[in-house]
Write a protein that binds this ligand. Structure first.
Ligand SMILES: [Mn+2]
Length: 398
């Protein structure tokens, strides 16, 4: 049975925050895990680096090399000697060293790398205490551990929640290290925030976004000096440079984007981009794209397609399901000026493909994704056309 996540109320938030501070103070060895996108990584890294500064032991669950632009976050961890728990069989090796778990930015347990092993090692029987930070409230959302301390809030990014936790820690322990004085903590948080808001284009809470970009950006600039001992690449001195870096395309990526622009199909104010087998193979082979370039093109197109349509854009490709089998993956985003809540598209997805074929999905008002059971590609494309007609009528909150 699924119990959807519920946000902590405004009245309950200060005590939840205090609970998180005590949680971090009370324990010594922390296993951090989450679905490794930029926000989850940024949140985990910032917490891990602060715990390290307190003399505690963070371990980050690492499913493998990162695809896309977030590789520099891995470099930050290496420089700071935060151990990565890489590979399934490694998890159990940390039994004696871990006395608490932190999950960041992950809608449900199916998306946590090595969850079965983590559960078997740390959450069965005498379960270790759990802290969860998240901002996903889709229909597939569910606390990873029911009895955890849940800092759930509809923020722009989990990185905002992590920043609040760090701020609260410093308030309680102002003689200790100042988390925002550490460049790498600030860079990690800003990366998560910028990535989750489409490069700052589409924050759900504009005020919060501005607040954190100014506050963290100010500290980043203040702590940037001409010569740094810690070799960083790239070397950021303000949020705009992080934004620029995340959005920057190489020549081959630009060529890929230009080609895909021509393949966008418009139907009213909805548009879609078919990245199923043929289109994708043709592009990858002719431009000799590596996985990083492909990921960058995908992210760029996910933001471009809705703008072409003026309202809602979607793209789809084949991907792995949480169980490891192949499935179709649909990414849906709304245009910058559009106010509708895309989470309401779930009904349309069910009608278009049949509820039993939808493996799961969810997201934010501005961006959702769904996994669909494998079927004939022609049959799937018919479903997409039905979906485009259905979501055209989604409630507009303008
Ligand atoms: Mn996130």
């Amino acid at each position: 049975m699924i119990h959807n996540k519920t946000p902590v109320t405004a009245e309950g938030w200060p005590s939840a925050l205090n609970g998180a501070v005590e949680f971090l103070q009370r324990h010594e060895g922390f296993l951090l895990a989450g679905y490794p996108d930029a926000d989850a990584l940024g949140s985990m890294l910032s917490l891990a680096l602060y715990l390290k500064a307190l003399g505690k032991r963070p371990y980050i669950v690492w499913p493998g090399p990162l695809i896309g632009k977030t590789g520099f976050l891995e470099d930050i961890l290496q420089h700071n000697r935060v151990p990565l728990v890489a590979g399934l069989h490694k998890v159990a090796g940390f039994t004696g060293r871990v006395d608490a778990l932190i999950f960041c930015d992950t809608a449900n347990r199916k998306l946590v790398p090595f969850y079965t092993e983590i559960h078997r090692t740390f959450l069965e029987g005498n379960a270790k205490p759990v802290l969860e930070l998240d901002h996903h409230f889709g229909t597939d959302s569910e606390p990873i551990h029911e009895h955890g301390l849940h800092l759930f809030r509809p923020s722009n990014a989990t990185a905002e929640i992590a920043a609040e936790v760090l701020e609260a820690c410093f308030r309680h322990n102002s003689g200790g290290p100042d988390p925002f004085a550490q460049r790498n903590i600030v860079i990690s948080l800003l990366t998560g925030l910028i990535a989750d808001t489409g490069g700052g284009r589409a924050p759900m809470q504009r005020g919060d976004y501005e607040y954190w970009v100014q506050r963290l950006g100010g500290r980043l600039t203040a702590n940037t000096h001409e010569k740094e001992d810690d070799p960083e690449s790239p070397h950021f001195s303000n949020p705009d440079e992080i934004r620029g870096f995340l959005a920057q395309l190489s020549d081959v990526e630009k060529a890929g984007v230009a080609r895909l622009q021509e393949k966008i199909v418009r139907a009213g104010d909805v548009a879609w981009l078919d990245l199923l087998t043929d289109n994708r193979r043709e592009l990858v082979e002719s431009l000799e794209l590596n996985p990083t370039a492909w990921a960058q093109i995908l992210e760029t197109m996910a933001n471009a397609v809705p703008e072409v349509a003026g309202r809602i854009g979607l793209l789809f490709y084949r991907d792995e399901s949480a169980e490891g089998g192949e499935c179709f993956y649909i990414k849906m985003r709304r245009a910058q000026e559009e106010q509708c809540d895309l989470r309401e598209a779930e009904g349309a997805i069910h009608r278009a493909f049949g509820a039993d074929r939808v493996l799961g999905g969810g997201g934010h008002p501005g961006a959702v994704s769904f996994r669909i059971r494998l079927m004939d590609e022609a049959q799937f494309l018919e479903g997409i056309e039905r979906l485009a007609q259905n979501i055209d009528g989604i409630n507009d909150r303008k």
